[in-house]
Ligand binder design. Structure first.
Ligand SMILES: Cc1cc2nc3c(=O)[nH]c(=O)nc-3n(C[C@H](O)[C@H](O)[C@H](O)COP(=O)(O)O)c2cc1C
Length: 396
């Protein structure tokens, strides 16, 4: 995923420094060329050998070390870097970077780097809240650095509050967002619906379906990774939402429809992948019906609103609308008919009878149906399917 990408990690003198070993390792596993620069003080917290072993690259500490592949290593590495992340960033290094001080290998190299720069502050809450540190962070923002908000929590010093470096998996997502995909959807607003809906029968029971939200969440993540501004309207699911996506949780079809209708006018691309329950209870008989083998409630149902048809009928100029279709038979005929009837641009059809497709699985087997015809895709992960959908949309 990160093959051919040069990632520079700057590590400073914070107790959180040891966590960067996991980040370096995860980046190497994704194929990145990882180069770690440490401040001298950081070497009190973790040994450079750890990074050298994990990355197979020399860990740089001393600007005047002559044992380098290049003559002027800080400039050479700064030129090669696709991204530079300082994590954990001490108050000291934040201050130096904000004021152009370059008195060690890390601060010298970052001054020479023109790539995207990310800074993850990590320190005691009082230090973090100190106006001097806050002003320095603001200065860095002004110079184009992206500051990663520290997490709140129990800090190594025993205090609880803001200042904790986010976990390595979170930092990894920042790097993946920058480097893993072409940013061919920058400036696009994308609305995705995902998951099932729940239609309450009474305070205890509801009507729903087997959707897990995996496909819709993968679509939202793919759009975000390609640079789009993504809103994900999600029914109740048990999976973690992707980072950098605006998630709007809903329960019922009516709630989902309301959110979608309010947001749709602003959006360039709308992907309706939610498995909205087809019916909702409108009247539950209070008197139980006596049956031979016990009692049963009588529930009157009505159809929920067809959100896709609404979107097709109210499309704005240039908007791209895509829906999903789950069929057990006559998949192509039914899905093509849906495309026309609902006035949408693409139907992603999957045949529930195919193994590896549909609800709950990590893979899917889909056919992309547009006015130009049908494109059958092989079995793919849901992430790959999501990117294939956007390849098709962006390539038009
Ligand atoms: C045990 C210990 C933990 C520290 N943790 C942090 C920290 O999380 N953040 C910070 O800004 N400074 C922390 N410091 C203080 C820095 O290490 C100190 O300011 C140092 O000069 C920073 O050097 P550097 O910025 O060149 O790496 C810590 C110091 C010690 C002894």
């Amino acid at each position: 995923m990160l093959k051919g990408k040069c990632v520079v990690l700057g590590v400073t003198g914070s107790i959180a420094a040891y966590k960067i070993a996991s980040l370096a390792s995860a980046l190497v596993k994704l194929g990145a060329d990882v180069n770690v620069i440490m401040t001298k003080n950081a070497t009190n917290f973790i040994n450079p050998i750890t990074f050298e072993t994990l990355t197979s690259n020399k860990c740089l500490v001393d600007t005047f070390d002559r044992n380098f592949q290049f003559n002027v290593e800080h400039v050479a590495l700064a030129k090669r870097a696709d991204i530079f992340m300082v994590a954990p960033a001490s108050a000291n290094v934040i201050g130096k970077m904000a004021h152009g001080i370059a008195d060690d290998m890390l601060t010298t190299t970052i001054l020479a780097a023109k790539c995207k720069k990310l800074v993850s502050p990590a320190m005691n809450t009082n230090m973090f809240e100190n106006q001097i540190v806050q002003d320095n962070l603001e200065t860095l923002r002004k110079y184009g650095f992206e500051i990663i908000d520290p997490a709140n929590g129990y800090l190594a010093c025993g205090d609880t509050g803001a200042g904790k470096m986010p976990e390595p998996e979170v930092l990894l997502q920042y790097i993946i967002r920058e480097l893993a995909h072409n940013h061919d959807m920058v400036g696009k607003k994308v609305l995705v619906t995902a998951g099932p809906t729940e239609e309450a029968i009474d305070p205890v029971r509801y009507i729903t379906n087997h959707s897990t939200g995996k496909m819709g969440y993968a679509i939202a993540k793919a759009a975000m990774e390609r640079g789009a501004d993504v809103t994900l309207v999600s029914g109740p699911v048990a999976i973690e939402p992707p980072m950098f996506v605006n998630v709007v949780p809903v329960r019922s079809a009516a709630e989902m429809a309301e959110v979608v209708k309010n947001a749709a006018g602003e959006c360039d691309i709308i992907i309706k992948s939610a498995a909205v329950a087809d019916y909702r209870p409108i009247n539950v008989a209070t008197e139980k019906i006596k049956k031979k083998d016990g009692e049963a409630s009588c529930i009157e149902l009505e159809r929920t609103e067809d959100i896709l048809a609404y979107l097709g009928a109210h499309r704005k100029e240039g908007q791209f609308i895509c829906g999903f279709s789950m069929e057990t038979e006559n998949m192509l005929e039914n899905s093509s008919a849906k495309l026309k009837k609902k006035n949408v641009d693409m139907i992603v059809a999957n045949n529930l009878r195919t193994s590896g497709a549909g609800f709950g699985t990590d893979t899917n087997v889909v056919t992309l149906i547009t006015a130009d015809g049908a494109k059958e895709l092989p079995i793919m992960t849901k992430e790959e399917v999501a990117h294939a959908i956007f390849d098709e949309i962006v390539g038009r």
